[in-house]
Each structure stands twice: as structure tokens, then as C-alpha cells.
Write a protein that binds this ligand. Structure first.
Ligand code: XIL
Length: 362
């Protein structure tokens, strides 16, 4: 009894101290543990942190080679972004170069890097006419190709099961006039229109927890191509074909963001799916003028505002971390500086505007 009373104040003091300590840890948990409560280790004032305030992810396309060789590249990715898309590593020519023999090693390095940094991962892409292994076009019949396609989807999705946030199941299946892309697309030629629905049904079975997207370019405004995709999604919804999202690549030219960008995102969202900006870059003639860099900042702001205005717009991903490695100069000679960080990893005007715009949203 005597001992109890003598120790009681000590006990109460210890309890109080513990409570205060717990309170301090709780208040400063973000800086103590250096992990955000939302995905991504992106710190305050960064693209990822600013997007997280709005419940969105801000991602970048990533190349495994640069991740391994360029420390500044990895640092910029890790501090600024909350999502990744492997730029090439999940494409068919890499993942199934020979029939039935799979190689996921390059993509695995990106996936584990992303997981270590609490980033969301977009899988890109399972069925696409381009960067396809050469053997696929030699598969003799449509029914055999359908089996090959299903096996590819199932095997790749199984490998990454549980790790992928959204998958681009089918990429670039339409022409600009809204017809199906056929002349260079072996799936359309040999299987026919049904290959897209078959791909989505197969994907749902393989990883029921991953969201499934259709992804395309030149679809940013209301036009024949985006309307054809809109009609396909409507039809899928009516027939019970699983689809969760449409990705808008948004490879754009400075001063040419369609004025109906937001309205276009909105009409797709109204179908009951998510929309994502999946491959954003805004290119210009090089060397860039100051006026074009300023216009680019305005254009990026327009895209961000459009996504923020559509509650089902869940992600903005830019197609590269830095201008240094952007695909644009190679594919559009004479053009470039399309991204948010310059060749030296400095923030461009567009980057600051994007962070401000995301931060102002509440
Ligand atoms: C591009 C990559 O950025 C390049 O490195 C590669 O040589 C070609 O493909 N649409 C897409 C992306 O869906 O996969 C493309 O990526 C860009 C256009």
C-alpha cells in the first residue's frame, strides 16, 4: 500500500510524458518518418505532394536505364513524383520477345524502385500494334492470335499482380477519323473488332484489383476519334465488358490545347469511368523561345485545371522526368523542351505553375 502511494505521482508523470511524446510524434509524423500519408515520398512543394492534396497522383514515364545510370534522374523522380509508368519496359517486344518466353527483368527494376518510394504504378501496355515482338504478326490464324493475346495478357498481369494501379490494356486502336486502326494492326486484321473487348475480359480475370484503361492520342478534344472511343466505352458498359478508365495521352503542341479538353474528359467521366492524363508533354520548336516557354506554362496549367475540375480524373502523368531524355526530339525532329524539368533538372516555368495550380485547389 505504502509503495503504491509513493509511486503514484511518478506513474502519473510517466504517463503524462508518454502522452506528450506520442502527441509530438503524431504532429511531426510526416517529417519524422519521412513518409507522406498519401502515396509517394514527394516532399512539400513538389508535384507529387501538391497533387496528393487534391487526392491525385502526379506521375512520370520512367526508363530503367536512366534510373540505374543517372543519380540526378532518380533523385528528381523520387522527390517530385508520386507515380511511374515504365516508358518501354512493359511493352510486348520486351516482355515476350519469343513466343512463350517472357522477360520481366527491366520492368521489375522500375516496379521495385516505385514500391520502395511508395509510388503508384501504371502498367503500359498489354496490346498494341507498335513495339510488338516481330513473331506476333506471323501467327497464322485469328483464333490462334486470340489465344496468343490472351496468354500474353494473363502471363504479364499475373507477374505484376497486386502491384499495378491502372493497366493500359489496349493502346492506340483507332484512326483519327474514328475508324479502327487496321493497316498496321495485326490484332484488328486477324481477330477483328472483338479483340478489344476480349482483351479487357481477359485482363479483368487476370488481376481483378487492377483498374483497366483504354489509352490513345489525338483524343484530347471532342473529335471523331475521341467520339469513337466514347461510343466504344458506352457499348462496353451496356454489354458488361469490363472497363474502368480511358487514358488521354495528351502529346500536345504549344498553344494548341483543345479548348474543350475539360468538356471531353467530363463526358467520359459521365459514363462512369475514371479518366487519366497518361503521357502529357507539350512540345515546341527548338531552341525554345521565352514566349513559347511561357505559353507552355499556361498550357500545362490549362491541362491541370481541366483534370482538377473533373472529380474522376485521378492521375496526371508526364511522358518523362526531364527534357534531357524526352522521346520528342527523336520522333518530331526540330521539336522538344516538352516536359517540366530542363536538361539540367531545373524546374521550368511550367513546373512552378503546375505546383501552384495544384496547391491552390482545395
Ligand atoms: C514511346 C517511348 O517514349 C519511346 O522511347 C519509344 O521509342 C517509342 O514509344 N504513345 C505511347 C508510348 O503509348 O508508349 C510511346 O512511347 C509514345 C506514344
Amino acid at each position: 500500500m505504502f509503495h503504491y502511494f509513493r509511486q503514484k505521482p511518478v506513474f502519473i508523470f510517466a504517463l503524462l510524458a508518454l502522452c506528450i511524446l506520442l502527441l509530438i510524434v503524431f504532429i511531426f509524423r510526416q517529417s519524422i518518418f519521412n513518409t507522406a500519408t498519401t502515396p509517394g515520398t514527394a516532399t512539400n512543394g513538389t508535384l507529387g505532394a501538391a497533387a496528393a492534396r487534391t487526392g491525385r497522383i502526379f506521375g512520370a514515364a520512367v526508363a530503367s536505364s536512366h534510373l540505374a545510370d543517372d543519380q540526378q534522374y532518380a533523385n528528381t523522380l523520387d522527390t517530385q513524383f508520386s507515380g511511374v509508368t515504365p516508358e518501354n519496359e512493359m511493352k510486348w517486344e520486351t516482355t515476350e520477345p519469343e513466343r512463350g518466353s517472357f522477360n520481366f527483368a527491366p520492368a521489375d527494376t522500375i516496379v521495385s524502385h516505385a514500391q520502395n518510394h511508395h509510388m503508384k504504378i501504371r502498367g503500359h501496355t498489354l496490346v498494341w500494334y507498335s513495339q510488338l515482338a516481330p513473331w506476333v504478326k506471323d501467327v497464322a490464324t485469328g483464333s490462334e492470335l486470340l489465344q496468343v493475346m490472351k496468354n500474353h495478357i494473363t502471363t504479364e498481369m499475373n507477374h505484376f499482380k497486386g502491384k499495378i494501379w491502372y493497366w493500359d490494356v489496349v493502346n492506340e486502336a483507332f484512326n483519327d477519323d474514328g475508324s479502327r486502326r487496321s493497316s498496321d494492326n495485326v490484332f484488328q486484321q486477324k481477330i477483328g473488332d472483338s479483340y478489344i473487348a476480349e482483351a479487357f475480359k481477359t485482363a479483368r480475370l487476370a488481376d481483378p484489383n487492377a483498374k483497366l484503361c483504354y489509352n490513345d492520342y489525338n483524343t484530347d478534344g471532342v473529335n471523331e476519334k475521341s467520339t469513337a472511343i466514347y461510343n466504344m466505352v458506352k457499348d462496353f458498359k451496356a454489354r458488361g465488358v469490363p472497363i474502368d478508365c480511358v487514358g488521354f495521352q495528351s502529346h500536345m503542341i504549344v498553344d494548341q490545347v483543345p479548348p474543350d479538353y475539360q468538356a471531353n474528359l467530363q463526358r467520359f467521366a459521365a459514363l462512369g469511368i475514371d479518366v487519366q492524363v497518361t503521357e502529357l508533354d507539350i512540345r515546341m520548336s527548338t531552341p525554345a523561345s521565352d514566349a513559347n516557354l511561357q505559353a507552355q506554362a499556361d498550357n500545362y496549367q490549362q491541362v491541370v485545371k481541366a483534370c482538377l475540375a473533373v472529380s474522376r480524373c485521378t492521375d496526371i502523368t508526364v511522358w518523362g522526368v526531364t527534357d534531357k531524355y524526352s522521346w520528342i526530339p527523336q520522333y518530331f525532329p526540330g521539336q522538344g523542351t516538352a516536359l517540366l524539368f530542363d536538361d539540367n533538372y531545373n524546374k521550368k516555368a511550367a513546373c512552378n505553375v503546375v505546383i501552384q495550380t495544384l496547391t491552390q485547389e482545395d
